[in-house]
Design a protein around this ligand. Structure first.
Ligand code: 0O2
Length: 209
């Protein structure tokens, strides 16, 4: 198996999608309006993780491309829960990829406490052999959801997926706290955005050397 060749179009897709999603944020900034996107990250799944997922699910090589939807992964992090739905709405309108599935782990969180909105897309990459359509997963979540998921992911890694019960219980409490934080921030969203608009204006008016 030539991994470099297999992963090349996925690397290209992640690079291109990062530019496109960051471009959405930049367009809001030029207009000096609140951006629903706080930041964007992207990664190609490490080979070891692809192999582990394939082993776990009994997936053979030729089916990797169809069965593992997040070999190309993008993450859009937002300030507020409502921003997530604004981003999803914008993704639905785009003409440069097709959405093939949406997984709403916000209205229905996972057993672990995980919350996030996943959009699986079919993205065309131009290669020297012609167009290649591949799957990519865009995870859209708030800063609070991201904080929780990042920490839970580290613990899962540390304990090889077998997090002790007492740590699991704490993670559930933390997930509830993150949910409450999102709720409270949503309630004072207008106040926060007014303050941020004042900062933006002040920075725009300040002379640059
Ligand atoms: P990594 O290391 O982030 O790449 P499905 O077939 O739909 O049941 P699948 O294909 O795993 O399951 O899709 P799902 O559930 O949407 O999860 C895909 C990715 O979402 C995961 O990739 C994680 O990035 C994230 N995710 C899902 N559940 C959890 C969770 O409970 N905790 C955390 N921290 N992240 C989660 P990988 O390959 O698991 O991991």
């Amino acid at each position: 198996m030539n991994w470099e060749m297999f992963l090349a179009p996925y690397n290209q897709a992640v690079d291109e999608l990062k530019v496109k999603l960051k471009g959405m944020r930049a367009q809001y900034e030029y207009g000096s309006t609140h951006s629903p996107i706080e930041f964007v990250t992207g990664r190609v799944k490490p080979i070891q993780s692809i192999l582990a997922k394939a082993r776990e699910r009994n997936i053979a090589y030729p089916d990797l491309e169809d069965e593992i939807q997040d070999i190309a992964g993008l993450r859009v992090v937002c300030q507020f829960v409502d921003d997530i739905y604004t981003v999803v709405g914008m993704l639905r309108q785009r003409k440069d990829f097709d959405i093939i599935e949406e997984k709403d782990y916000i209205s229905k969180k996972k057993e672990s406490g995980y919350r996030s909105y996943h959009v699986i897309i079919e993205y065309p990459v131009e290669t020297i052999q012609g167009e290649k359509k591949l799957l990519a997963e865009i995870q859209i979540r708030t800063l609070a959801m991201n904080f929780w998921a990042t920490n839970e992911h580290s613990l899962n890694y540390k304990y090889s997926g077998q997090i002790p019960i007492e740590v699991k219980a704490r993670l559930k409490k933390a997930a509830e706290a993150a949910f409450q934080l999102d709720e409270e921030m949503s309630k004072i969203r207008n106040e926060i955005q007014e303050a941020q608009a004042i900062f933006r204006k002040k920075n725009d008016n300040e002379p640059t050397d």
